[in-house]
Every structure is written in C-alpha cells, then in structure tokens.
Design a protein around this ligand. Structure first.
Ligand code: IPM
Ligand code: MG
Length: 369
C-alpha cells in the first residue's frame, strides 16, 4: 500500500517551494525508490479566501488520515484584517493542536559551503549542528483565558482594555517533550540544555523540576539548565556549546529564529512536528514545514529558497518513514549543490551562481539517483 502524503502549500512562496517537493516526489516514485500518493489541500489565507476558514474540516480530516503532512507557509498582509480566529496562522495552529504534534524538532546545521553566509564569524558557526526541541501544543500559544476585555472608563482614562494570554504547562507535557529531547540527544552529542525563565515564571519552576526528573533517568546524557534570555545570548555568542536545546512553545519560537539565522538564512531551516507514537501501530502523526514564513514580498518571482522545504521533506523520510538512507541522500544532495556554488538570492555570495527556486530544486533532484 502506498504511503499517503497530504500537501498543504499555503500562501506566498509556499506554492513555489512545494512545487519543488512535488517534483522530487514524482522523481522518487518514478525511480521506484518510494511509493507515495499525494493529495493537496488549502491552508492559511488561500483557505480563507476559498471557504472562509484558515483550514476546512475536510482538509483537517485529510491531514488526520495522512501518513505525513507536508506544509509550506501561511500568511500575508492581504489577510491582516480577517477575524483573529480565521487568520492564516490559525490554520497551522489548528493542525498542530488537533494532530497533537507536541514535539517540534528544529535542527540548525551550517553547511560547510555556507559558513561565510552566516551573520556570525566563520569560526563561530563552522560545523554547527544544534537541535532545538520546541514544545508545540501548550504554553502561551493555547492557554486560556486568551482575550481582550473592554474595561470602559477607569482611573487611567476612557476605552481601557485588558489583554490576557495564559502560560500554562502540566507535568505530563513537560515530561514527554523532555523525553523526546533526551532520546534524540543520545543519537547525537548527548548534551541537553533546558531553557526556561524559572527566575520569574511558575511554569518555568515546574518546567525545570520535571526536566531534572527526566534527566535523572538519562545518566549518560549531560544536562544543563539555562535561562531562556541567556540561551538567546549564548546562541549568538558561542552557539557550538549547544547540542540539543529543549524549551517551551514561545521560547522555542524565538530561539529557533535566532538559530536559523546562524545557518546563513531563514531559508535553510527545516522542521518536523511529531505526535506521540500510536500504541497499536507505533506510527506518529507528523507535519513537516520550513521554519521560514510565506515571504509575500518575493512570492511568485522564482526567488524563494526551496532548501528548507526540501530538507523538511528529508526529515519526513527520516522520522515518518524510517528511510534514513534516503534522508541522508537528500541532505547530501543539498550540501552538494551548495558546494557547486549554486545559490538562491537569500544566500548569494561572491563567486557563486544565483539560481531560481526551480533551478535550485532541479539541481538538488539531479543529484538524487
Ligand atoms: C513558527 C511560526 C509560527 C509560530 C506562526 C506562523 C504561528 O513563527 O512556526 O515558528 O509562532 O509558531
Ligand atoms: Mg516562528
């Protein structure tokens, strides 16, 4: 039986970068390496335009049925004024929540050919290989209450309002994300930093307590607590001290953008969002997406870098289909085209050849037998 991929290109450059993955899937299927069936749905602003929701129930059902969801990007100024619950990002958040994708893996790897494209000095980033493990279904993103209340006239004047977001974590949520981080650390350099703000937040105090408990079960993995603000500073001061960083939803969002930039461009960073293994089948629900957004300013111009999208597809091969050798092959194809001097505009360097989204996709595919 073929494996089902549900493709959600989304908005902006999402369509262009997904086109490169679609071509790659056709190539892999034709060569007999894979047997994927694909279906494509709408998410984000384009879904709102089509059905007035950031994702339809029909497409949600397809996402739940699929072996893996491959996601492009959502959002754009065009939808700035749509109601909050229907904004493009709501489609992505619903996918994460309904598929219970609590573990978001964001590797930041500096390809040797790109060490000079980083905003940091070559010696600080050369060989960098860190993994941010971000909690994805809890914390301030989903905590209730989440509202803006009208206060009317108060001692501070007329039309006062009060906005609330709620940062909330329960033990099991922290426990399961920490286990993912420690398990992955064992396959890497065996160091976990847990980042929180236990100096000001109760949720941070619990986070650290649970992280220490889990660490106690992984005596072979080195464990360090770090305050999240210090983690941000250390990421740009000396990023190679890190191996795996485990952190909550909001800090993970912020720290992963910083880590992304160390690699030269936001256009380089893939991610995997995983659920718990099904007790019967062992399979996890999963969604794979580039960390970058929909970049409406360059959409439709062939300028977008498809590498993060293609590398996200490689992560799907690794984490959903147990195809380590194929994931390795795709990742070395990416490293190879960069060695050859091909660059999209965002990572362009002197002496290199600037190529379009499609040319970059084709060059990567050509290296995959
Ligand atoms: C990310 C993005 C999303 C997030 C947005 C688009 C809702 O920034 O995946 O990092 O904040 O999680
Ligand atoms: Mg983000």
């Amino acid at each position: 039986m073929s494996n089902k991929l549900f493709l959600l290109p989304g908005d902006g450059i999402g369509t262009e970068i997904m086109a490169e993955v679609t071509r790659l899937i056709a190539h892999l299927n034709a060569s007999g390496k894979t047997d994927f069936s694909t279906e494509t749905g709408l998410v984000g602003g384009c879904a709102y335009d089509a059905h007035g929701e950031a994702i339809s129930d029909t497409d949600m059902a397809k996402a739940l049925q699929a072996d893996a969801v491959i996601f492009g990007a959502v959002g754009g100024a065009k939808w700035d004024d749509v109601p909050y619950e229907k904004r493009p990002e709501a489609g992505l958040l619903r996918l994460r929540k309904d598929l219970q994708l609590f573990a978001n893996l964001r590797p930041a790897i500096v390809y040797p050919a790109l060490a000079d494209a980083s905003s940091l000095k070559r010696e600080l980033v050369e060989g960098l290989d860190i993994l941010i493990v971000r909690e994805l279904t809890g914390g301030v993103y989903f905590g209730e209450p989440k509202e803006i209340a009208e206060l009317g006239t108060t001692e501070h004047g007329e039309n006062q309002k009060r906005a609330v977001d709620t940062q909330v974590y329960e033990t099991y949520e922290i426990d399961r994300i920490c286990r993912v981080a420690f398990d992955l650390a064992r396959t890497r350099s065996s160091v976990v930093h847990s980042a929180d703000k236990k100096n000001v937040m109760k949720s941070g105090v619990l986070w650290d307590e649970v992280a220490h408990q889990v660490a106690g079960e992984y005596g072979d993995v080195k464990f360090e607590h770090i305050l999240a603000d210090n983690a941000a500073m250390q990421l740009v001061r000396n990023p190679k001290q890190f191996d795996v960083i485990v952190t909550d939803n909001l800090f993970g969002d912020i720290l992963s953008d910083a880590a992304a930039m160390l690699t030269g461009s936001l256009g380089m960073l893939p991610s995997a969002s995983l659920g718990a293994p099904d007790p019967a089948t062992g399979k996890r629900k999963a969604l794979y997406e580039p960390v970058h957004g929909s970049a409406p300013d360059i959409a439709g111009k062939g300028l977008a870098n498809p590498i993060a999208m293609i590398a996200s597809f490689a992560m799907a091969m690794r984490y959903s289909f147990n195809r380590t050798e194929l994931a390795d092959e795709i990742e070395s194809a990416i490293a190879g085209v960069l060695e050859d001097g091909l660059r999209t505009g965002d990572i362009m360097q002197e002496g290199c050849k600037q190529v379009s989204t499609e040319e970059m996709g084709a060059a990567i595919m050509a290296r995959i037998s």
